[in-house]
Structure formats: C-alpha cells, structure tokens
Ligand binder design. Structure first.
Ligand code: 5GP
Length: 115
C-alpha cells in the first residue's frame, strides 16, 4: 500500500522524529507525548492501517515486529524490570493514527486495567 500517513512522513523524515531504531522493514522513534519514562513507537514501513487489517501475508512481518520490539526493549534497558506492549485498534481501542504501531512502554510500574 502506498498511502501516506503521519508515520510514513516520520519514516521519510518529512516530519522530524527522535529515531531509536531502523531497518529495512521497521522504524522506531520516541513518542511525542510520552505516557511513561520510556515510550517508543515501533512502526512497520508497510502501511497496515490497524492490527485487525493484517492478513496471512503479514504473518512473517508480525513475528519480526514483536522480535524487533524485544530487541529495542533490551537496548532501552527495560527488559529486565518489565515493560508493556500496546497496540490500539480502532476508535474505542484508542487508535488515533491509522498506521499499525506498537507502543513500547516502561521505566515505571504500569497500572492495570488501562483507563
Ligand atoms: P495511538 O493513539 O494511535 O495508539 O498512538 C499514536 C501515538 O502517536 C500517540 O501516543 C501520540 O503521542 C503519537 N504521536 C502523534 N503524533 C506524533 C508525532 O508527530 N510525532 C511523534 N513522535 N509521535 C506522535
């Protein structure tokens, strides 16, 4: 899919971001409005609007997505203490950007259930 999103503009550098990680398939950067001391967004360069839109074709990508998040969590120093991954889906799920992204949250104790 070739449609532009806020995150394709961040990936291309048209909108500046604080990059944390990049490879051929993924881009990670600091969330502009952090909800925790560590709050990084991991985005596939392929535009999948939401996690519910993923198809069997994305099976490998989704596996690498989580493994890449694990690598980033380790590099950010939150792996040992614990952290949380969040994927918001759709309006009631709290999704505001229609380009699949994983929130990597950590650096403090996180409450449950979410608000
Ligand atoms: P969602 O609510 O869709 O799950 O998450 C979107 C996230 O993108 C939010 O946490 C929000 O703070 C972040 N965000 C929105 N606009 C920008 C931006 O221009 N730059 C960065 N770095 N983060 C953004």
């Amino acid at each position: 899919m070739s449609s532009e999103t806020l995150f394709t503009k961040i990936i291309s550098g048209e909108i500046p971001s604080e990059k944390v990680y990049e490879d051929d398939e993924f881009y990670a950067f600091q969330d502009i409005n952090p909800a925790a001391p560590v709050h990084v967004l991991l985005v596939p360069k392929k535009v999948i609007p939401a996690i519910a839109d993923a198809t069997a074709e994305d099976e490998g990508l989704l596996g690498r997505f989580i493994l890449t998040a694990n690598k980033i969590a380790k590099e950010l120093g939150i792996a040992e203490a614990g952290f949380r991954y969040v994927i918001n889906n759709g309006e009631q799920g709290g999704q505001t950007v229609a380009h699949l992204h994983l929130h990597i949250l950590g650096g403090r104790s996180l409450e449950w259930p979410p608000g």
